[in-house]
Design a protein. Structure first.
Ligand code: PAF
Length: 282
């Protein structure tokens, strides 16, 4: 069934008031639209866990550090609403811009530490934008539960830290990355890849799996890293922002997986920035 599309805060509050009074568990799935099976897996998890599910679609200008990226970000609202029909979600929250950032808006939520590296380093201001909008999405929807993909693992940790630090009564659930059959992590930005770049894109995941295999066999990280960067270069990637081995709890850099660790990558292919991460270990 098509869910009501709510664009104004008063309409959202009218919808959620009876749910809150009934003590129902409200799950929120925050998205920027261009929904793919990764998002839909979050909706499924929310449906399994909660009495009510709200999917939010808002392309948040404050988390884009590059105006071209914001301009090119795919916007497919009609198609998104259609994809959600079979899930019978309770509402789509698609706020008008002024409902999120009214005139004179002057508040920023900023998480330190976890945001110093990787995406925080290469996209200055990105996580301030994410933490601010997610705080607002949590409070606007009165969510008890929120569902995020591990594809954006650093974002997941930042949101968890923010919710804990601000005593927001929201359980933040991390859900596994959903991949295409060739290993490419699903992402709205994949829509921006040309056919040619799309055939090359899975090499990113492939080199990460190669590093993980090497580490499992006891090889040193640095030569594995160098071979991976060379392979990406040969395949046609035009730059690697990072290809890091980091602790999965606090993102500190590791030379070897001496504690639960993940490999994180961001690389450029035909003008599109792809990110991915995988667990390293048994
Ligand atoms: O992961 C995203 O799509 C966005 O960063 C989020 C969490 C919806 C905030 O705008």
């Amino acid at each position: 069934m098509p869910a009501p599309i709510l664009r104004r805060l008063d309409a959202l509050r009218t919808a959620t008031r009876p749910w809150i009074l009934a003590g129902e568990r409200i799950g929120v799935v925050p998205t920027m639209g261009a929904l793919h099976d990764g998002h839909l897996s979050l909706v499924e998890a929310a449906k399994r866990t909660c009495d009510r599910v709200i999917v939010t679609i808002f392309v948040n200008p404050r988390q884009f550090n590059n105006p071209e990226d914001l301009k090119n970000y795919p916007r497919t609202e009609t198609e998104d609403a259609r994809k959600l029909e079979r899930f019978n979600v309770d509402a789509l929250w698609v706020p008008d811009g002024d409902q999120m950032y009214p005139a004179h808006f002057a508040t920023t939520v900023s998480v330190t530490g976890l945001t110093d590296v990787m995406e925080g380093h290469f996209r200055p201001g990105h996580f301030d934008g994410v933490a601010t909008v997610v705080t607002k999405l949590f409070t606007q929807t009165s969510a008890s539960d929120a569902f995020f993909g591990e594809k954006d693992y650093q974002q997941l940790l930042v949101v968890r830290r923010m919710a804990a630090d601000l005593d927001l009564p929201v359980t933040v659930h991390g859900c596994p990355t959903i991949r295409e059959i060739d290993g490419l992590a699903m992402s709205s930005r994949n829509l921006l890849l040309s056919d040619r770049a799309r055939t090359t894109a899975p090499v990113l995941h492939d080199v990460m799996e190669q590093i993980a295999d090497g580490l499992r066999r006891g090889a040193a990280f640095d030569p594995l890293h160098a071979a991976a960067v060379a392979r990406l270069d040969k395949a046609g990637f035009t730059g690697v922002d990072y290809l890091d081995l980091r602790a999965q709890d606090d993102l500190s850099a590791l030379a070897a997986p001496t504690r639960p660790a993940r490999l994180f990558a961001a690389a450029w292919l035909a003008g599109v920035r792809l990110i991915d991460n995988i667990a390293v270990g048994d």
